[in-house]
Write a protein that binds this ligand. Sequence first.
Ligand SMILES: *Cc1c(COP(=O)(O)O)cnc(C)c1O
Length: 456
Amino acid sequence: MDAREKALHQAYHHALRWLADLPERPVPARASVEEIVRALGAELPDRPTPPADVVDLLASACDPGLTAFPSGRFYGFVVGGTEPAALATDWLVSAWDQNCVMRAVSPAYTAAEDIAGAWLLDLLGLPSDSAVGFTTGATMANFTCLAAARDAVLGRAGWDVARDGLVGGPAPRVIVGADRHMAIDLALRYLGLGEPETVAADDQGRIVPEALRHALATGGRRPGIVVLQAGDIHSGAFDPFTETIRAARDAQAWVHVDGAFGLWAAASPGYAHLTVGCSDADSWATDAHKTLNVPYDCGLAIVRDATALRAAMGLHGAYLIQAEHGDPIDKVPELSRRGRAFTVWAALRSLGRSGVADLVERLCRHACAFATGIADIDGATVLNDVVFTQVCARFGDDARTQRVIDRLLDEGTAWISGSSWHGRRVMRISVSNWSTNDDDVARALGAIRRAAVTTT
Ligand SMILES: *Cc1c(COP(=O)(O)O)cnc(C)c1O
């Protein structure tokens, strides 16, 4: 074996061991940043080290500082695990090292991106001629879609952002629900659009259609963008798309949907009702590294009007080889980037249509089991209508709820986030991992019960 082969061999060996240990290792990390820094060694060595030794050092030094994110008992934030076909493909993507900028230069990548994009539009029930850009995540997918939105609505008002910038032009109104994800605010900040106007959301986080209609009717006829949400991170709730999109259309506003994890409901016959009307929007952002369970980093920016996306994101350097049908580069902010669509293609090819539907339905079934199990614990209350993959629970007052979460993390069977929802401390469960099974849910519920009964 040469040095490279040895290093790959060691990486393979460490990866398999990590994956095999997931069912039994504690989910939270067991070491601090300082301990890992000491184990890795902070000194830059003067001389080279054989690649396999570097891989061995990294794997052994990092192990106690790794959180078992791909475990079936990780329910924090909203994250996914790694589907086997997508994980293995991700290794190949690194080995292939394609620069996925131009159609002509990596025909293999472009083919995978075209096919995966078409499959996604089909599964998510979105217009088949939409453009699909592969971004790093949903934050950048929201950014990408909202860039197209900004330029299009200002263009309709006679202002060319690409040529004249934002200064001196009409200021677009951006209207969001009170419970949108903060990634929207971040994207708007990157885009120079400032803070959005918020309209009321109901107790589950759904934007109130009458409040939106009222906001659109007042505040003048400036170019407008309305941002809706498919999947609230606390309740899992979906905005009422039919009424809200009609209201936005009546006001000639662009409608964007942040569906980072929730858009995938459309791929399941049992949950597609949650997204009814959603396909009438102008753009949609979602993640592949959440519900679809491909490795980081992979988000999807989908825009109905492909020319609007190309106008906002396209680059026309003299040294590039322009393709008649547009290039992967025309749909995302980055130039050089890894072959993200390969892993999406692999996950979809491996799961098939029924596998994607089963995945979504399984996540939702486990979320329901959590809600039922928690409701049975003395003093515990489930706060949300569990319509999708998210569960919010409370154990008496704020202080006790936090102590239950701390005790649970300390015990290590499962990783669950604390959060604040409508001003109250909550335990927030997100079931997003393909590998979570009934046994994981039973073990996690047992740990929650133990944490609750031993906390006063
Ligand atoms: C996770 C999430 C985001 C941000 O996605 P990243 O992939 O972390 O950038 C945005 N919106 C919602 C609703 C999310 O759940």
